[in-house]
Design a protein around this ligand. Structure first.
Ligand SMILES: Cc1cc2nc3c(=O)[nH]c(=O)nc-3n(C[C@H](O)[C@H](O)[C@H](O)COP(=O)(O)OP(=O)(O)OC[C@H]3O[C@@H](n4cnc5c(N)ncnc54)[C@H](O)[C@@H]3O)c2cc1C
Length: 328
């Protein structure tokens, strides 16, 4: 076993699964994420009403389906509860609790945006920055200092494929060219709270290719405080793509209108309305194998985009990547 640590970039479910298996096998692992907390797209957003009431919205993954009993067991151990049926699970009291619990003991370095992998195979260095000083996809502003960490025996990149590409393209031709084929669609997600209960079921997925992709009442899920009528409303992929560059102020009312159309009556004016754009949300064209690993470069990549846009696929990919790294 090598004495140098292994770096994992991205503490979404794939990165967490990869780091857990490496650590369990006795490897030193360092896990970096540009976000404030582990979990990636398995996330919960908090908001406050003017009277101080806290609202919570699962604005990313709505649930994790678990076909593999071992994954179901890991979810249960992380405090997940079945919803909306016995094969699907939500974190309690919110989806973000899953990432926190699954990553327990891994010592994640949060708010670190990795912008470059430097050095040579077997002795890689990571150049990373305080994520709160950077804007996604934009060059590093002058005056923001880098931290360079390493050397690392291997690097596992578990971020969405389009974000992995600039990190690895010059270091592994094989990994880089596979990443170019992946397609991931965006998703506009609206978080809305209302003064009254809406005349709608706890969740709906119209499946008609229209504006609305999915909507769910937060209080309908287990372990939530349902005092305030709060909804997550997701646009379908085609609508999200068409309206990608619109502002949250434009998208919020449009998706509330789409929900009102389902309720077949106007909705009360929201107490709270916000929108989040997931630029890389749902996998449309996957790799078709569980991970990428270049043994000569000692660089690998994984994530949901390897198999399918599902939390369980991210988990499976992260575990496969750990196994590939350990196999050499
Ligand atoms: C709106 C929405 C709804 C969804 N609904 C469902 C659902 O109901 N059921 C389901 O199974 N799946 C759902 N999914 C998909 C599911 O969330 C993903 O498949 C899964 O969470 C992907 O995990 P991941 O680890 O591959 O990637 P991510 O969760 O994207 O994790 C990648 C991590 O890398 C970090 N990162 C990125 N770049 C860098 C960098 N340069 N430096 C450091 N860190 C970096 C990010 O901050 C992030 O934490 C949904 C996704 C979205 C967006």
């Amino acid at each position: 076993m090598t004495s140098l640590p292994i770096a994992v970039i991205g503490a979404g479910i794939a990165g967490i699964a990869c780091a857990r298996d490496l650590a369990a096998a006795g490897h030193a692992v360092r896990l970096f994420d540009k976000g404030r907390a582990p979990g990636g797209r398995v996330a919960t957003r908090r908001a406050s009403l003017p009277d101080g009431t806290t609202l919570r919205f699962d604005h990313g993954a709505q649930y994790a389906s678990a076909r593999d009993p071992a994954f179901a067991a890991a979810l249960r151990a992380a405090g997940a509860a079945p919803w909306p049926d016995a094969t699907r699970f939500v974190g309690t009291p919110g989806m973000s609790a899953l990432g926190r619990a699954l990553a327990e003991g891994l010592g994640i370095e949060t708010l670190r945006d990795v912008r470059a992998i430097e050095g040579a195979p077997g002795a890689w260095m990571l150049r990373h920055y305080d994520a709160s000083l950077l804007r996604p996809g934009r060059p590093v502003p002058t005056g923001v200092e880098a931290r360079v960490d390493g050397p690392f025996a291997a690097v596992a990149v578990t971020v969405p494929a389009p974000q992995a590409l600039p990190l690895v393209a010059d270091l592994s031709g094989a990994v880089g060219s596979a990443l170019r084929d992946i397609e991931i669609s965006p998703c506009w997600t609206v978080m809305a709270a209302f003064p009254d209960r809406l005349a709608l079921p706890d969740w709906l997925r119209p499946g008609d290719g229209g504006t609305l992709g999915w909507a769910a009442r937060e209080g309908g899920k287990p372990g939530r405080d349902g005092a305030i009528e709060s909804w997550v409303i997701q646009a379908g992929p085609a609508w999200s793509r068409q309206h990608l560059e619109e502002t949250p102020e434009q998208v919020g009312p449009a998706l509330v209108d789409a929900l009102a159309a389902r309720a077949r009556s106007p909705l009360p004016a929201p107490l709270h309305l916000a929108a989040h754009r997931w630029r890389y949300a749902l996998v449309e064209r996957a790799l078709g194998r569980p991970c990428l690993w270049d043994p000569a470069a000692r660089i690998g990549a994984g994530g949901d985009w390897c198999l399918a846009g599902r939390v369980e696929s991210a988990w499976e990919s992260g575990r496969a990547l750990a196994a590939a790294i350990m196999a050499g």
